[in-house]
Design a binder for this molecule. Structure first.
Ligand SMILES: [Fe+2]
Length: 410
């Protein structure tokens, strides 16, 4: 029998520091914690951009530092294993993840697997993994994003790619929340236009999917606090964060892409990413993210590009279940909604997202990403497996609906 949930929770990284120059406070953080050694986990691109050097230069000279640059985009189990082995060998007092979502995801998982042992897949939910709960907090983690989009620095989730299965799986635990999310928008200034656009559209899709996801009291009541899912529905808090994030992306992403050294646009995009990240990791997402996983698994398309190409069609499909919300989104994105019907307003919201996507150079559709019509039934079938995300979608989705969304996104 359906019994509505009456309680909501709100969680995020233990602490957030935000603003230009925040990176210079990293040393103080380590001193306060009495850390004598630190391991930085990152990728070669971030190191080449001089960002690791910048972080290291803020550390007290007596802190022993090891840098692991082996993180790759869409990291596989092997990448996670190498990071855990490096952490066990060096045995640091703290882990510092610097980069996009991948580096921070690898860092969070390393913190608990280095501490408690076991294989990476032990901690992944069945049927892929062993479903072992993370026993407790791992090594302290600082997450330092160099992109503005994923929200990994404040989330309890790590995403792992299984290229052989063409699948992405996650480890999710409250013990994965970073101890500190250190967000310094200046670190995103060297990000090229393409990744800036993709990560910005990811942040927008987080905010829009969170703003329209099912409210907490439209979900089944949890038996106990421990049983409550991570994505337990939107609330008054996530609504405020999501609205502001939509506005910030609408007002700043074009400028951040066109002129990467505009620190005001960069700061506003970093803020949008942070707010949207905090919002979606509490409320949940919807069909856009569900469909994006099998598409990206098959074609290795960047996550932000994939969600951006799907988002307008998902919004049009969902409109009948959330007219008011999409109307508000159209208004926030600067469309003229006065005197328009509710259908027209929802349509304007999808149009505004498609326009923004085009303006920042996101490919025009899935066919440009290599997706073919023949694959659509399989991609839709794979999407139906991702109920964790589909549960939050405001409109009930069947496989044929997903096929329709994919066709309209070609
Ligand atoms: Fe995303």
């Amino acid at each position: 029998m359906f019994e509505a949930e009456t309680v909501w929770e709100f969680s995020m990284a233990d602490r957030v520091t935000f603003g230009t120059g925040a990176i210079e406070e990293l040393g103080e953080e380590l001193t306060d914690r009495g850390c004598e050694s630190a391991m930085i986990l990152t990728d070669e691109g971030v190191e080449a951009a001089g960002i690791v050097e910048q972080a290291v230069s803020s550390l007290p000279s007596d802190v022993a530092v090891e840098v692991f640059t082996g993180v790759e985009p869409d990291p596989s189990v092997a990448v996670f294993e190498r990071a855990v082995a490096a952490a066990r060998e060096f045995d640091p007092d703290i882990l510092i993840g610097i980069g996009g979502g991948s580096s921070i995801d690898v860092t969070k998982t390393t913190s608990v697997v280095a501490e408690y042992g076991g294989d990476i897949l032990d901690y992944v939910a069945p049927p892929t993994g062993g479903g072992k709960p993370v026993p407790g907090p791992g090594l302290p983690v600082v997450g330092i994003p160099t992109t503005a989009g994923t929200g990994s620095e404040t989330s309890p989730v790590s995403v792992i790619s299984l290229p052989d299965e063409r699948l992405k799986v996650g480890i999710s635990s409250r013990h994965l929340y970073p101890d500190l999310a250190l967000v310094d928008p200046a670190l995103t200034a060297s990000l090229p236009p393409g990744p800036t656009a993709a990560s910005g559209m990811d942040a927008l899709s987080h905010a829009i999917e969170t703003y329209t996801t099912r409210r907490y009291d439209m979900k089944q009541r949890a038996e106990s606090a421990a049983e409550r899912p991570d994505y337990d529905g939107r609330t008054i808090v996530t609504d405020q964060l999501a609205r502001k994030a939509i506005e910030l992306v609408g007002d700043n992403l074009r400028q951040a892409v066109n002129n990467g050294s505009d620190l005001t646009a960069r700061r506003n995009m970093s803020l949008a990413s942070l707010l949207a990240g905090v919002a979606f990791t509490n409320a949940g997402l919807g069909a856009t993210h569900a469909i994006a996983y099998p598409v990206a698994g098959e074609h290795h398309t960047p996550h932000g590009v994939t969600v951006a190409t799907l988002l307008p069609a998902v919004m049009r499909f969902n409109a009948t279940s959330a007219f008011d919300r999409y109307g508000e989104i159209a208004d926030i994105l600067g469309e003229h909604v006065e005197g328009r019907s509710r259908d027209e307003r929802a349509e304007l919201a999808a149009d505004a997202v498609a326009k923004l996507s085009a303006d920042v150079g996101i490919p025009d559709g899935l066919s440009e990403l290599g997706v073919t019509d023949e694959e659509i039934p399989d991609l839709a079938a794979d999407t139906m497996e991702i109920q964790r995300l589909l549960d939050g979608n405001p409109r009930r989705v069947e496989q044929t609906d997903i096929e329709g969304i994919l066709r309209r996104s070609m």
